[in-house]
Design a protein around this ligand. Structure first.
Ligand SMILES: NC(=O)N[C@@H](CC(=O)O)C(=O)O
Ligand SMILES: [Zn+2]
Ligand SMILES: [Zn+2]
Length: 442
């Protein structure tokens, strides 16, 4: 197959030949071979498929929130060709058996994936490390969805083990002892007392993040482990990660939303770590734009609308995001808030490097043909009803995103939007193919 006249983020216009699952050649002009199928990509930007290094696809255990089928379709429609799935499912991915249960359902994936191993007081590292794990984590230094918070000793032991096994440790860094209990208990959300969603941000303090990042990076430096700090939400947390020799990620919700949005979002804006002040959001944005932050990943954490509509203290934490990450970043690039090269670093080059996805993340001969075509000048409104996640809502409703025209995984078109039926999203003009996603470690 030949993609012709595609523009790369460095401004070059190229033809790209795909042979089977890999990119065979990238050149200014390639002649189609007899019988070679040709896709004219003139006017489109050609990007490496995005790697979302932090998703919760909920299966096994919580299929009413998301499944591997709905989660990976949502990913494909958003230009994500590889995901790394987190262990807080049921059973949790903390034993060999737990891993196998997830590996079986993950075969429904229509994009490629990695499966992480989780750590709890009673995890079974021996059987777990027998399996083709992508990384360890997220290891929860504070409770979040799934109540998998670990004690410090267990964390340190797990990091030791990860060093022996040569895997990266992704850390959920919040220190519960630094939460502001008064913010919670001052408005316990009891009968008749509506708890304001902003109290979640007041409760799970910014200081709790920086303290936990310091702790995790200390353990990392003592052991020589590769520590990756998940979903950093504050400039202090990012700077602590960098100072401590760790890599870090920022989620779209901490880039584009702040406490100022909570009036509108209500409990749908509750996640861990929580939304921060507009000042902190801007400082986080700067660190993403200037390259301080290594990756953007979504922490795609779907819950049903019904679940999210419970009172503040009862609603589960987490927001979906796998489908809107690349579109939001491309819209920022379109508006000049950062460069297209930066976008590709954040969602392709850097995650591939951090998580040792050797055949992924680049448009070059020999790499997997995980590719996305977008019309960079055609943003659309984001709507919950248009997304393909089972939860069918998004905290980014009303914002603009630049969505893929076509997404390809290892040379197979998995998602395509055809202009024929008018170019609205979510209509008959979208097509998915049920290709067989593969475990990146298997
Ligand atoms: N981020 C969240 O608020 N929730 C995540 C868990 C997590 O990443 O902490 C979830 O699985 O729901
Ligand atoms: Zn987390
Ligand atoms: Zn998470």
């Amino acid at each position: 197959m030949l993609l012709t006249n595609a523009e790369l983020v460095d401004g070059h216009t190229v033809d790209c030949r795909i042979d089977g699952e890999q990119i065979a050649a990238v050149d200014a002009a390639l002649d189609p071979a007899p019988n070679e199928s040709v896709i004219d990509a003139a006017g489109n930007l050609l990007l490496p498929g995005a790697i979302d290094a932090h998703v919760h696809f909920r299966e096994p255990g919580y299929q009413h929130k998301e499944t591997w089928t709905t989660g990976t379709r949502s990913a494909a429609a958003g230009g994500v060709t590889t995901v790394i799935d987190m262990p807080n499912t049921s059973p949790p991915t903390t034993t060999g058996e737990g891993f196998d249960a997830k590996a079986t359902v993950a075969e429904q994936a229509c994009i490629d994936y990695g499966i992480n191993g989780g750590v709890t007081g009673d995890w079974e590292p021996d059987s777990l490390f027998d399996r083709p794990l992508c990384a360890l984590g997220e290891v929860f230094l504070a409770d979040s969805t799934g109540d998998m918070g670990v004690a410090s000793d267990d964390f340190a032991d797990a990091v030791d083990r990860a060093v022996d096994e040569g895997v990266t440790v992704t850390v959920h860094a919040e220190d519960e002892t630094r939460f502001d209990a008064a913010a919670r208990d001052g408005d316990a959300g009891g009968p008749g007392r509506a708890a304001n969603a902003d109290l979640w941000s007041a409760y799970r303090t910014a200081a709790a993040e920086a303290a936990a990042v310091d702790y995790a990076t200390d353990v990392g430096q003592e052991t020589g482990a590769d520590i990756h700090i998940a979903h950093t939400s504050t400039p202090e947390g990012i700077d602590a990660a960098v100072d401590g020799g760790a890599t870090c990620e920022v989620c779209p919700h901490h880039l584009y939303l702040s406490r100022a949005d909570l009036d509108e979002l209500g409990t749908h804006g509750r996640m861990n770590p929580p939304l921060r002040s507009e000042n902190r959001r801007r400082a986080v944005f700067e660190r993403v734009a200037d390259g301080t932050v290594d990756i953007v990943a979504t922490d795609h954490a779907p819950h049903t609308r019904e679940e999210k509509n419970a009172g503040l203290w009862d609603a589960p934490s987490g927001v979906p995001g796998v489908e809107t990450m690349l579109p939001l970043l491309l819209e920022s690039a379109r508006k000049g808030e950062f460069t297209y090269e930066r976008v590709v670093d954040l969602v392709a080059h850097n995650p591939a490097e951090i998580f040792d996805l050797e055949s992924k993340g680049r448009i070059a001969p020999g790499y997997d043909a995980d590719l996305v075509l977008v019309d960079p000048d055609d943003p659309r409104a984001i709507r919950g009803d248009d997304t393909h996640s089972r939860c069918e809502w998004t905290p980014f409703a009303g914002r603009q995103g630049v969505f893929p025209e076509l997404t390809m995984v290892r040379g197979q078109v998995v998602y395509e939007r055809t202009p024929a039926g008018g170019r609205g999203r979510g209509g008959d003009d979208e097509q998915f193919s049920d290709i067989d996603g593969e475990n990146v470690r298997a």
